[in-house]
Design a protein around this ligand. Structure first.
Ligand SMILES: [Zn+2]
Ligand SMILES: [Zn+2]
Length: 239
């Protein structure tokens, strides 16, 4: 219900002008961004770590496991992102989250569906957005991860499977170690039956150190999910 409400809202606000430079796009265009601004999307280069999806700096050759995944194997089987958390993508996420400009969710959805990372959606039984705590959800009015997960209408979107049971500090200013303890025990699966034996696509906006999605994936696996894969629109840094 809430999902279709937001989708309707997004459709309603489809503009005829580029979201970034206001260049006219043509009345029948499905695009939200002009070709020039689309070039400003900092796509992730290959090859990437086969597990966490981190790109290798200046690397050529075959994909392999990064040092981080070798040392601390993540509880998810794969994480993939579309672009670096930079340029047009950073701008769009900020305008969505901090200025509540919902039309940028549609742009980010398009990046997700047009990217190779969308292949993860084919392997999943259901999509689970990384939840916000109820207080933050009330404050923001929407969960950006949920809007992003709506990029795949063929995939059942389950918002009640994973809950954030206590508020956490924003991860932005914390070190990697602090990020891990900040989210430790923050998530619960109230009804493990709903996820038992299911392949879950966990969706979030940004992958930074992976602390949040690791914690979520662990909780989902413990509840019986057969596998968890992670899809984010943005990613920070190299392997
Ligand atoms: Zn433009
Ligand atoms: Zn890795």
């Amino acid at each position: 219900m809430l999902q279709s409400f937001f989708q309707a809202l997004l459709d309603f606000f489809l503009p005829g002008f580029c979201l970034f430079c206001q260049a006219p796009l043509g009345a029948l265009s499905d695009n939200l961004v002009c070709p020039m601004c689309l070039k400003e999307v900092p796509w992730l280069p290959g090859p990437v770590c086969v597990c966490c999806g981190a790109p290798f700096k200046g690397a050529v050759g075959l994909e392999h496991l990064c040092q981080g995944c070798l040392t601390r194997p993540p509880p998810f089987s794969r994480a993939r992102a579309v672009a670096f958390y930079d340029g047009a993508v950073l701008e769009a996420i900020h305008r969505l989250k901090y200025q509540r400009q919902l039309v940028y969710a549609r742009f980010l959805q398009q990046l997700l569906t047009d990217s190779e990372a969308a292949a993860l959606a084919l392997a999943a039984d259901l999509a689970v957005p990384v939840p916000l705590h109820s207080l933050r959800l009330r404050w923001r009015g929407f969960n950006q991860a949920q809007l992003l997960a709506q990029a795949f209408p063929q995939l059942p979107l389950e918002t009640g499977i994973l809950e954030r049971q206590r508020p956490t500090l924003p991860q932005v200013k914390l070190s990697s170690k602090e990020r891990r303890s900040n989210v430790k025990g923050a998530f619960v699966v109230p009804d493990p039956q709903a996820v038992a034996g299911k392949a879950v696509l966990l969706v979030d906006d940004v992958y930074t150190t992976g602390a949040t999605v690791r914690e979520c994936a662990q909780v989902l696996r413990r509840a019986g999910a057969s596998q968890v894969e992670v899809l984010t629109v943005a990613r920070v840094g190299y392997a």
